[in-house]
Design a protein around this ligand. Structure first.
Ligand code: PNW
Length: 490
């Protein structure tokens, strides 16, 4: 298979105009997250986190991450795979309760720290840049018991955790991502799991969660700036998830509805950090204040930042981290419900086109042009920030000859190049994911990996899929076909 792929590649290179070259400024990687791959849920003195708790005390999850890909015991194999692929960087996350078993920084787990030290050192030896996510959703359970992200003290607890990570690993780690997808933490996770932060969505808790999370991020960033940056010379940001939101018709109402949806999804977190004036997007402030008053609240359900806070938060990202998978269609929703909610505040209806090709995950349709629109929307709204794509990927239900995944990445990488030609400054692209792993509520059924993992085998063997070879050849040649339709792979 490998020889065949390379041979095909050489053939393609010679066909002028059929391939495109990636700029040298773009680096390639793959991404994972602690709970989705590590296992070792109670190894040594690791504390319990919200997903351990959920998996062991409720039936909300079809599978658990007790063993997952067993990376806690097999990170050497993971690094071997990364070397096989030839990636520039590996994005993984630290499990907070593995290094701080109780969530607080008074008690450090030496075994937890040793695990991440060993992984980081192996990556450095392999000349692969470690890019660390501090929070990929696995909140220590006792912090959840104190209110989770509804609790304003979380700002300090998170900053303490971040500081431990900077101090312990920052001599070797130069890319820090404070939060993975704040929107999922505050909106989607409560729906999926009834945790973190709300038991139900009420149009209040989501905004409190976002407020605390933004402040927590800014505090961690300022600590890095003040204490670690001059010696460690790293960079700190976060990664925001957003689908592209396309108006379903060109009516003024639908165009406004799509823009409002983008502002409520991406702008909610991006505007306070990346806009010139800081603070929440104006449309969120206006709409939520107006609806809150209509609903009889004495003030807006969206909390306010003080002028000082706005200044503290603005500029606290050294890059624009973006996770992107798919596109939605948006229609203005006229019959809004009386109950306050984050969704009602937007008064939009979200749909997808039934003709779009689907992945195994119903929400994930293949719509490459949306990626180009989103990258350009970021360029125009936030003064063309350096953008690092930290997740992009496709799910299937398991097959090592994964043509649909190859096609997805070919198309999304092509529009990434279109966006670069449009003037977007894209400096990183990471595939979600290195290997099949625990896809949250979907368990092990939806597979996103470049490597196939056999979850029925206690050794969790990993096998490269065709897409792993495809990605490897892209990294080797730094070129991509414009269109795979005529290639012999298809
Ligand atoms: C990301 N959506 O989450 C996460 O960062 C990963 O942990 C996860 O495995 C991956 O995507 C694939 O699902 C998202 O519905 C999940 O728009 C769903 C959405 C967005 C991001």
């Amino acid at each position: 298979m490998f020889v065949k792929t390379i041979a095909l590649w050489c053939f393609l290179v010679t066909v002028k105009g059929k391939v495109r070259r990636f700029p040298d400024t773009l680096s390639f990687g793959v991404a994972t997250a602690s709970y989705q791959i590590e296992g070792g849920w109670n190894a040594s003195d690791k504390g319990e986190h919200i997903f351990d708790h959920l998996a062991h005390t409720t039936n909300k999850m079809v599978d658990n991450g007790d063993v997952a890909c067993d990376s806690y015991n097999q990170h050497e194999r993971d690094v071997e795979m990364l070397k096989e692929l030839g990636v520039d960087f590996y994005r993984f996350s630290i499990s907070w309760s593995r290094i701080l078993p109780e969530g607080f920084s008074h008690n450090l787990s030496q075994d937890g720290i040793a695990y991440y030290n060993s992984l980081i050192n192996d990556l450095i030896d392999a000349n692969i840049t470690p890019s660390i996510t501090l929070y990929h959703w696995d909140l220590p359970q006792n912090l959840q018991d104190m209110g989770g992200w509804r609790n304003p003290l979380m700002v300090d607890y998170f900053a303490d955790f971040a500081e431990v990570a900077f101090k312990t690993f920052g001599d070797r780690v130069k890319t820090w991502i404070t939060f993975n997808e704040p929107w999922v933490v505050c909106v989607l996770a409560p729906i999926w799991f009834s945790v973190s932060p709300a038991k139900s969505l009420n149009g209040i808790d989501e905004y409190i969660c976002g407020h605390n999370l933004i402040k927590a991020h800014a505090k961690a960033y300022r600590i890095y700036d003040r204490i670690y940056r001059s010696a460690q010379r790293g960079r700190v940001g976060w990664t925001l998830s957003s689908s592209w939101h396309e108006p379903i018709t060109q009516s003024a109402a639908d165009i406004k509805a799509a823009e409002r949806t983008l502002q409520f999804n991406l702008g909610w977190f991006a505007h306070p950090v990346f806009s010139r004036e800081g603070d929440y997007p104006q449309v969120m402030k206006d709409v939520i204040a107006q609806k809150s008053l209509q609903q009889g609240y004495p003030r807006s359900r969206l909390p306010e930042f003080t002028t000082e806070e706005i200044a503290q938060i603005r500029g606290t990202c050294d890059f624009f981290g973006l996770n992107h998978y798919t596109t939605n269609l948006v229609r203005m929703q006229t019959n809004a419900s009386k109950e306050p909610s984050y969704f009602d505040d937007q008064f939009t209806e979200i749909l997808q086109d039934p003709t779009w090709l689907s992945s195994a995950s119903p929400w994930l349709k293949v719509v490459p042009w949306g990626f180009r629109n989103l990258l350009n929307w970021i360029r125009k709204n936030y003064n063309n920030p350096e953008t690092m794509v930290f997740e992009n990927g496709f799910s299937d239900s398991g097959n090592t000859y994964d043509i649909d995944r190859i096609s997805y990445h070919n198309q999304y990488l092509n529009v990434l190049l279109d966006a670069v030609e449009d003037g977007c400054k894209v400096s990183a692209y990471a595939v979600w994911s290195l290997m099949d792993n625990l896809e949250w509520l979907e368990g092990y059924n939806d597979r996103f990996g470049l490597y196939y993992v056999d979850f029925n085998d206690p050794r969790r063997p990993r096998t490269p899929k065709a897409s792993a070879l495809y990605f490897k050849s892209i990294l080797e040649t730094r070129i991509i076909e414009r269109d795979l339709k005529n290639s012999r792979l298809f």
